[in-house]
Write a new protein. Structure first.
Length: 190
């Protein structure tokens, strides 16, 4: 093979092996990591499409590595809970009291700082940039509790994050949701 064709052949082979979904779309071939809580998978493959209204619970969860926790989980309030990769990562694809979609993710194992870093990296791909709310929340048993808000114009998305500390019940718990009205805590301290 002529040497000038080698880079072209390598580039074509790389593209063929990548087999990825278009940017921002779930990849039905992707599987969650079974060894550690896969925050990236939970956000990009389940939460993002669910909150955007792109798919049903059945369509999003009918894949290898996702199992319904039929025993329920105390924190879920009776909602269906999905184990993603293992029982160390719970996901609830639900609705807010006003009928908008929400996604709650709870990691029961792992380093809180690494889990939060994985969440921050995944959220870089969200449809709008989210910034910290003006209102500050008491951390309680967690190291921190944050609410991130969307810009005033556009979809009113918000993300509530509880990052674990020494006395926290879990290393990371979060809820991504969308709504019609902007949460007043985004702009005013209470």
């Amino acid at each position: 093979m002529p040497s000038r064709l080698i880079p072209l052949t390598l580039a074509i082979a790389t593209l063929a092996l990548a087999a990825f979904a278009p940017a921002g779309q779930p990849d039905p071939k992707r599987k969650p990591n079974l060894l550690t809580p896969d925050i990236d998978f939970a956000m990009k493959e389940l939460c993002f499409p669910w909150v955007k209204g792109e798919g049903t619970v059945e369509a999003l969860t009918d894949r290898q590595g996702i199992v319904e926790n039929r025993g329920g989980a105390g924190f879920s309030g009776g909602a269906r809970v999905w184990w993603v990769g293992s029982a160390r990562l719970d996901v609830i694809l639900g609705e807010t009291p006003t009928g908008h979609r929400s996604c709650t993710v709870r990691a029961t194992a792992g380093d809180p700082a690494k889990l939060r870093a994985a969440l921050d990296a995944a959220m870089a791909g969200w449809r709008v940039p989210l910034t910290p709310s003006v209102h500050r929340f008491r951390a309680g048993a967690y190291a921190s509790r944050d609410v991130l808000c969307a810009p005033k114009d556009g979809p009113q998305d918000s993300l509530m994050i509880s990052t674990g500390g020494p006395r926290a019940p879990v290393p990371l718990m979060l809820t991504l949701m969308t709504g019609e009205a902007r949460d007043r805590r985004c702009d005013a301290a209470e």
